[in-house]
Design a protein around this ligand. Structure first.
Ligand code: GRF
Length: 213
């Protein structure tokens, strides 16, 4: 079977990209990382991609007259690499309605909180300031809002008494590295359907198959 071709959009460190690369190399994530696109020429994520032999493209915002021209360049790169699904991994820009329209229900993101709590920037600091005892991370489809799209997977992370933004972020990041590749696996295996706000995930029915040989 042809592997799902994904494009990963990054702006920085790229630890989630690395988790995806690792899962592909371990052999349990059936996707082809067709291209990594960065809006920042110095993003460390680009080094990670190169080390894994993944094609990279840098599309710097300041080289384009407006957002529309900038996003057109990104879309061209994605099309050129025949990308079927876009995964945002620390990509620090909001995508326009037009862009989302071109990849309707085919753009996903990872956010460091249990959405719909704490959308936007500094989600971990927001969680600490609010006094919640449990936070976590969310993989969701991207719609036109800020971290508002249908939720695919979540993982809970308890807040500890002495947590700082940094220590909490680190533990959440560990959970991110686990659920982002898992969510991609579910998508690549065609087990995900969306009905309004609800994302349905078809489970593997291994037990049932044994019962009915
Ligand atoms: C992660 O915390 C992710 O949830 C957020 O941006 C950060 C990206 O980290 N969207 P990295 O670049 O994947 O290391």
């Amino acid at each position: 079977m042809e592997k799902l071709r994904i494009g990963v959009l990054v702006s920085g460190r790229g630890s989630n990209l690395q988790a995806i690369i690792d899962a592909v190399q371990e052999g349990w994530l059936p996707v082809q990382i067709a291209v990594v696109v960065s809006d920042k020429p110095g993003a460390y994520a680009l080094e990670r991609a190169k080390a894994a032999g993944v094609p990279t493209v840098v599309i710097a915002r300041e080289l384009y007259p407006d957002r529309s021209a900038f996003e057109k360049a990104i879309l061209e790169a994605l099309n050129m690499h025949q990308v079927e699904l876009v995964a945002l991994a620390g990509y620090m820009r909001i995508l326009s309605k037009d862009f989302i329209g071109q990849y309707a229900s085919r753009v996903i993101n990872i956010h460091p909180a249990l959405l719909p709590a704490f959308p936007g920037l500094h989600a971990q600091a927001q969680a600490l300031a609010s006094g919640v005892k449990i936070t976590g991370c969310t993989v969701h489809f991207v719609d036109e809002g800020m971290d508002t799209g249908p939720i695919i997977l979540q993982a809970a992370v308890p807040v500890q008494e002495n947590d700082t933004e940094e220590t909490l972020s680190q533990r959440i990041l560990g959970a991110e590295h686990s659920i982002y590749p898992k969510a991609l696996q579910l998508l690549a295996e065609g087990r995900v359907t969306v009905e309004g706000r609800k994302v349905h995930i078809r489970q593997d029915n291994v037990e049932g198959e044994r019962e009915n040989p």
